[in-house]
Design a protein around this ligand. Structure first.
Ligand SMILES: NC(=O)c1ccc[n+]([C@@H]2O[C@H](COP(=O)([O-])OP(=O)(O)OC[C@H]3O[C@@H](n4cnc5c(N)ncnc54)[C@H](OP(=O)(O)O)[C@@H]3O)[C@@H](O)[C@H]2O)c1
Length: 282
């Protein structure tokens, strides 16, 4: 008897978001398979087959995706070749006969977005549209989860964000949205969701929350562009990475991460968690 083919493939499951989605899909009884560059790092989930595949390897990826109807495609790690790798993976999905891609994009994805990494996401969104399969784009705001890592060892949260506001979303809320969509993808065909938290906070307010929750003083320092570039270039990383880091803040200054959307609640039926609640209960 032919084995039943999984409806859904999940990538990025060695990581935080893909792993959370895969676990939620087990709970929801969705037939899934996991794809990863290093399968040994995948969580062990009952009844869940695993396949080795990198986004850059079209042949392996197409083989790994055969029989899959819906692909949950977690965006790859940031790099200068991410756009090309993601295009290759989309090609593999088309070749394998995947019908629907649910892709984790970024809020305000556009070729001229201030946040340079949101331009990569616009490229992938556009490429998926051009290949003619069904899609759903999850345009995530910055994760609440990463904000504590923005604080320097000196307790200073520094960046050229001015008094711009940020509607950061908990990664767990993104995972819940993705899992809900993957249980009934056809209801979300062509949808472009903006996933945010329940409020847009200034960095002064974020520093206040981090201070209250963490117990040690965090302050915000609004850097000039020059200071921001200089403080980040000390780490010896590539210019594209410095541009990405700095433009996270300038995009916030420009208001490009300030929209509070109701999409998390519309998709899951539950309002998104706020930053302070998230940090207290994570
Ligand atoms: N909105 C935000 O604030 C924010 C912040 C950070 C990142 N992101 C984006 O959101 C994605 C998911 O976030 P996360 O927190 O779950 O990140 P994470 O924990 O670092 O996980 C990333 C996952 O993507 C996989 N991956 C990366 N590059 C790949 C490639 N070229 N081919 C195949 N798989 C690849 C990794 O696999 P391996 O185990 O093989 O490395 C890992 O499973 C990230 O990859 C990044 O694009 C968004």
């Amino acid at each position: 008897m032919a084995q039943e083919q999984p409806d859904v493939a999940v990538t990025g499951a060695t990581g935080a978001l893909g792993g959370a989605v895969a676990r939620l899909l087990v709970g929801a009884g969705v037939n899934q398979r996991l794809l990863a560059r290093h399968t040994a790092r995948l969580p062990e989930l009952p009844g869940t087959p695993v396949y080795a595949a990198a986004y850059s390897d079209r042949e392996h990826a197409a083989r790994a995706l055969r029989g899959v109807k819906t692909l949950f495609m977690v965006s790859a790690a940031e790099s200068t070749y991410r756009r090309q790798d993601q295009r290759t993976f989309v090609d593999a999905a088309v070749e394998a006969g995947v019908q629907h891609i649910v892709y984790t994009s970024f809020m305000g994805a556009a070729p001229d977005a201030v946040f340079t990494l949101a331009r990569d996401h616009a490229d992938t969104e556009e490429y998926i549209r051009s290949r003619g399969l069904a899609f759903t784009f999850l345009r995530d705001c910055l994760y609440q989860d990463v904000l504590p890592t923005f604080v320097g060892r000196d307790g200073v949260l520094r960046g050229p964000a001015g008094d711009g506001r940020l509607a950061a979303v908990a990664r767990a809320d993104v995972a819940r949205c993705a899992a809900r969509i993957l249980t009934a993808p056809q209801e979300h065909t062509g949808a472009v969701y903006t996933l945010t938290g329940p409020q847009a906070l200034s960095f002064e307010e974020i520093a206040g929350i981090l201070t209250r929750v963490g117990g040690s003083k965090v302050s915000y320092r609004n850097e000039t562009l020059e200071e921001a570039r200089e403080s980040r270039s000390l780490s010896g990383v590539g210019q594209w990475q410095i541009d990405a880091w700095v433009s996270t803040y300038t995009a916030i200054a420009a208001g490009q991460m300030a929209e509070v959307s109701g999409d998390v609640e519309r998709i899951t039926g539950i309002p998104p968690v706020g930053l302070e609640d998230y940090l207290r209960h994570r």
